[in-house]
Design a protein around this ligand. Structure first.
Ligand code: ADP
Ligand code: PRP
Ligand code: MG
Length: 215
């Protein structure tokens, strides 16, 4: 039996931005996840398949070897912790920034003085906790799964820690960014064991992705 390679991707921007990289490696999915309810998508290579999972689940599938490789945002990788994963390449796709944002007019400088407690709503509790701990600001972290921008508007939190790209979502909700935490892009991740046992299959893909990123 030839070795199988399973690639974990999330729908939407990661899938779209990964298509050209896959094409450079001669890998063409048989269908797009947007048009299908299928979670396992074959490719033109009989021994390479894609699995479609939530963005925040990609590292988990790769960590346990259910997928051999995947593509995940640095935000997701920091929250996951990275156990069992190699991160050989920054693909420079899905670029954005992790920011602290508040409702316009909110006195963030005063509210984030040491000694006060700040309520922070976020999908990224580890990143937020580390950021505020480094500043010596005491926080109560409120874990959300989406629509973070709503939280300060309805009094759930004083600020949010979220991703910003164009800034349109902040603007549309009368929020402003007050602190930059990190630049974010997506990385290729590979299961540590698979990197050894499936080296002959994996290495050409990693090398092709590396060349495609540089060009
Ligand atoms: P989710 O359903 O988890 O929100 P997304 O497809 O929106 O999945 O996000 C996947 C990854 O893309 C994130 O982990 C992040 O690294 C990046 N990302 C998220 N939002 C943006 C954005 N507005 N612009 C560019 N990259 C983004
Ligand atoms: C992401 C992020 C912000 C928005 C920022 O949401 O959570 O809300 O993009 O991008 P902008 O600065 O260009 O407006 P996404 O579009 O992924 O929606 P989601 O709530 O489905 O994750
Ligand atoms: Mg999103």
């Amino acid at each position: 039996m030839p070795q199988q390679l399973t690639i974990a991707l999330s729908k939407g921007r990661i899938f779209e931005e990964t298509l050209p990289l896959l094409a450079a490696a001669g890998i063409v999915p048989s269908e797009a996840p947007e048009n299908s309810r299928k979670l396992i998508i074959p490719t033109n290579h009989p021994n390479i398949r894609l699995v479609i999972v939530r963005a925040s689940d990609v590292p988990t599938y790769v960590q346990y070897g259910a997928a051999d490789l995947g593509i995940a945002g640095k935000d997701v990788l920091i929250e996951h912790g990275g156990e069992g994963l190699c991160q050989p390449l920054d693909l420079n796709i899905a670029q954005c920034r992790m920011m602290v944002a508040v409702q316009k007019g909110f006195d963030y400088a005063h509210a984030s003085q040491a000694g006060k407690r700040l309520r922070v709503a976020t999908k990224y509790p580890s990143i937020a906790a580390e950021h505020f701990a480094a500043k010596g600001v005491h926080v109560d972290i409120i874990k959300l799964y989406g629509s973070m921008e709503l939280a300060p508007l309805v009094g759930l939190s004083d600020c949010i820690v979220d991703l910003v790209s164009t800034g349109n979502t902040l603007k549309a909700n009368n929020l402003e960014a007050v602190e930059h935490i990190a630049n974010i892009s997506s990385r290729l991740i590979v299961n540590k064991a698979a990197l050894k046992t499936k080296y002959a299959l994996l290495n050409p893909i990693v090398e092709t992705f590396a060349r495609a990123v540089q060009s």
